[in-house]
Design a protein around this ligand. Sequence first.
Ligand code: PMP
Length: 449
Amino acid sequence: MGRTYLIKPDLDEDYPVIDYGKGVYLFDVAGKRYLDASSGAVTANIGHGVEEINEAMMEQAKKVSFVYRSQFTSKAAEKLAEKIALTMPGDLNWSFFVNSGSEATETAMKIAIQYWQEKGRPLKTKILSRWVSYHGITIGALSMSGHPARRSRFVPLLADFPVVSPPYCYRCPYNKNPRNCSYECAKELDVAFRRIGPESIAGFIAEPIVGAAGGAITPPKDYYKIIKEICEKHDILFIADEVMTGFGRTGTMLASEHWGIVPDIVSLGKGMGAGYAPIAATLVTERVMEPIRKGSKVIMSGHTLSANPQSSAVALSVLEYLEKNNVIDDVDAKGTYLKNLLEKLKIVFPFIGDVRGMGLLIGIEFVRNPKTKQSFASELNMTEKIVRAAKDVGLLLYPATAGEDGKSGDAIIISPPLIVTKREIEELVSLFKMALTKVKQELETEGVN
Ligand code: PMP
């Protein structure tokens, strides 16, 4: 491409121009085919070019695309909220629609603070979080994100909300493993709450499975049960950031369901519109809504395009598509099949340190030495090497970081659309092997062993 005025993620990079997409594949204008093994940014959950969604979008567009939420509601938004209430676990019955994951987590933060104000406890305003986490790019969401690399430029504007360690079993800070785990990292939360003072804390936010900041870091069995108990003991709301994990990605509607917990507030995004329209949501339980409904009756947040009928119609048809085709039912089996194939690659590529995750949210951490788990030097840009080599062979991967500082530590996420077939999973793994072979050769040429 010649000169462009589009501000791209990397201004100097020549990004391929995509022409169209179908199922798990994207095709660029030069005719190259890409297997979308990351669903973009873990977003295109039902694949590309699904006719039903496009039709639902057209139907809505023919009627009305936009109404302003302070003047009107719409059938599409009402129906979507109703369907979400019926689909979600527990009493997560209330939906506040926004347009991005960052807005959803930021809204969650505001609702938690407002809840305590309505309950006559206005000093509860902090929303604590974990290190090795990502909750969004806006200042409030970034304040909660334990991602030093993304925080660094804006430190003076950010609150110090990340306070506890993540449940990072591959590199357990307490030198335990899932078999002899004593949940020290969960218990840290109790200590942090006491130190900071529960009277100043409104909520605690966590991604059920850490995504972009860690590469599908998955907690041990009882972790969330303990976290939820600690939150309840101290009168602190538990917020699950399910922007990446929600809408079936891990084999259940919400990942929280794997651990049998119902969070007080949930943020959703990405897979909700599945890339067909920008839409996200903050879900609120009856318990949290009650004092607001009885009190000021207004949630002090919202955006011009919140609950617009166009995006609502899309999310509704995505939800119907998932249901009609029983898409979520197969996610666990497909994920297990893919994970087993990836595990086998460890023999050929010793730099595969860890394969983790649930359902079709799979993370791979790369290490220089699998025995000592020593990471590659950050100057080597191992994640970038792998993502680039994969793109060259027509495979899209999602780069994640695995380091405490959000810079070092190499990881990727493999998260194909949930409609991926067995044959496509096999093709994915074979393309991945080609990419890793290229990287292995590069490492040898550079004298890295
Ligand atoms: N929370 C989580 C868990 C995410 O993975 C992301 C996006 N990577 C966000 C929030 C922010 O979402 P968005 O990019 O749509 O603002």
